[in-house]
Design a protein around this ligand. Structure first.
Ligand SMILES: NC(=O)c1ccc[n+]([C@@H]2O[C@H](COP(=O)([O-])OP(=O)(O)OC[C@H]3O[C@@H](n4cnc5c(N)ncnc54)[C@H](O)[C@@H]3O)[C@@H](O)[C@H]2O)c1
Length: 447
């Protein structure tokens, strides 16, 4: 029996040990999914606190309730987390879900992939499948990860025969598409794109993922799969930038952009609604297109849509701050000394993630301008702004009535907007959250 057939048999019998490297928003749900399907699953992370939390059955990711985590950790015992890379010695499949942020100069920071790749390469063994899930530029799996794995393996096994990809070991890229906080599309019913280094790599990776997702979408290579993910996120980024600019143009023209979108989206074909907002946030949309732009720069190509979209989206927090200043001005108040209350600081509704959240930049602008800044977010107890800690205030009638301006930044479903509008004196609504409010206490200024 070939190495590939043996691995396929282990997968089919749920005997393959799956190791998920990086237990964050992406890795933890993935590890739980394999453990729930009965695979012996190892969660590997460098963060001791996260590893301990997982082993206690204490979830730190909104989409994974602690009861569910506890079930796979304690009751079935299928999932165990560790910081010890030697656990890879018994892994049959390794799924890499480490961060891919930007450096200070907005270039890709692949140091986490390199660190994980090095550690995996040291323990690479025949019959092992490695899949990169972290979002990255086209070519990472083939040009960066593959040589790293093979070189590290050769360095640590100088006397062994070199491993051949597609025969002894298997390598693929499969982008993660989950949308944290979403309940209609989950890991299971979101199709999974997979690109293998060889047909055998694709076959093995597809066999594994079929256990946890309903539908796999095979593509011809890892670099194609890498580009698929970037296209999806670039599509969103560019369309959000487009509608943000349309919002600014509508404002200049005295037209309500929200009304325009509602009417435009009645067209049954050729139009898909996107909505303006206070700016782009999260770990993906502000970051991923820059990976593509960087890769294209190495090929002397300027990714113009990426640059333009970034320019428009990144100016939105400042645009919101100007709207607030204008709204206060109409009431005869300067920003300095005014009490400004931000509602929602997470980067999107119903999650507690503030990474790259435009709310932080908006807050920073008001702090610098001398406003008395407060915020409320049901999911974010504390934020840090230039080394200063701010705590979420209790949201009461008095808090709203005391604020000179209430700024709706993130429209968590937790909020009762009618109640908010009944007590707030002045609202700047960046999400059209108050669209159904009938009798507000004061003015509501829309984006
Ligand atoms: N969060 C999302 O919504 C989302 C969606 C799709 C794709 N992605 C992509 O998935 C990847 C992971 O994102 P995330 O949001 O889960 O990140 P995260 O920061 O929530 O989690 C990453 C985890 O990796 C761990 N880690 C870092 N270096 C490690 C190493 N060398 N070995 C083991 N563990 C290590 C960190 O401690 C952390 O727990 C990124 O490339 C991201 O772009 C994220």
């Amino acid at each position: 029996m070939t190495t590939k057939d043996e691995l396929l048999r282990k997968i089919e019998r749920r005997q393959a040990t799956v190791c998920v490297v990086g237990l964050g928003y992406v890795g933890l749900p993935l590890a739980v999914a394999f453990a729930r399907e009965g695979f012996p699953t190892i969660g590997l992370d460098v963060d001791v606190a996260r590893v301990e939390a997982v082993n206690r059955g204490d979830s730190y990711v909104e989409d994974i309730p602690s009861t569910l985590l506890a079930e796979v950790v304690s009751s079935s015992g299928h999932l165990h987390a560790t910081t010890d890379y030697s656990a890879l010695d018994r892994a049959d499949a390794v799924l890499i879900c480490v961060p891919t942020p930007l450096s200070k100069t907005k270039d890709p920071d692949v140091s986490y992939i390199l660190a994980a790749g090095q550690a995996i390469g040291r323990r690479l063994h025949a019959g092992m499948l490695v899949v990169l899930e972290s979002t990255t530029y086209p070519g990472t799996t083939e040009d960066l990860l593959l040589p790293l794995l093979l070189e590290e393996h050769a360095r640590h096994h100088p006397d062994g025969a070199p491993l051949v990809v597609g025969r002894d070991v298997f390598l693929a890229f499969s982008p993660e598409r989950i949308d944290p906080g979403r309940t209609d599309y989950t890991l299971r019913n979101t199709p999974k794109v997979i690109g293998g280094m060889t047909p055998a790599c694709l076959e093995v990776a597809q066999a594994l993922y079929t256990a946890v997702v309903e539908h796999c979408v095979p593509v011809s290579s890892p670099r194609t799969a890498e580009m698929v993910k970037l296209l999806e996120n670039l599509f969103r980024t560019v369309n959000i930038a487009l509608i943000n600019e349309v919002a600014i143009m509508c404002d200049c023209l005295g037209i309500d952009v929200w009304e325009v979108i509602e009417a435009a989206k009645t067209k049954p074909f050729g139009y898909m609604p996107f909505y303006p907002g206070p700016g782009l946030g999260g770990h993906c949309l502000p970051v991923d297109p820059q990976y593509l732009a960087w890769k294209m720069r190495t090929l002397n190509y300027n990714a113009r849509f990426v640059q333009l979209a970034a320019e428009i989206n990144f100016q939105m927090p400042r645009y919101v701050a100007t709207k607030v200043a204008d709204a206060l001005n109409e009431e005869g108040k300067p920003v300095k000394g005014s009490r400004i209350l931000l509602l929602g600081v997470a980067y999107k509704p119903d999650v507690g993630d503030t990474r790259e959240s435009p709310a932080l930049e908006i807050a920073q602008i008001f702090v610098e301008k001398g406003a008395r800044l407060h915020y409320h977010d049901p999911y974010v107890p504390t934020i840090e702004l230039n080394g200063q800690s701010f705590h979420s205030v209790e949201l009461t009638e008095t808090t709203l009535a005391d604020a000179d301006c209430t700024v709706i930044v993130t429209d968590h479903t937790w909020y009762d907007w009618t109640w908010v509008a009944r007590h707030a004196r002045l609202i700047v609504d960046t999400r059209n959250a108050c669209r159904h409010v009938r009798e507000p206490r004061g003015r509501i200024v829309k984006l």
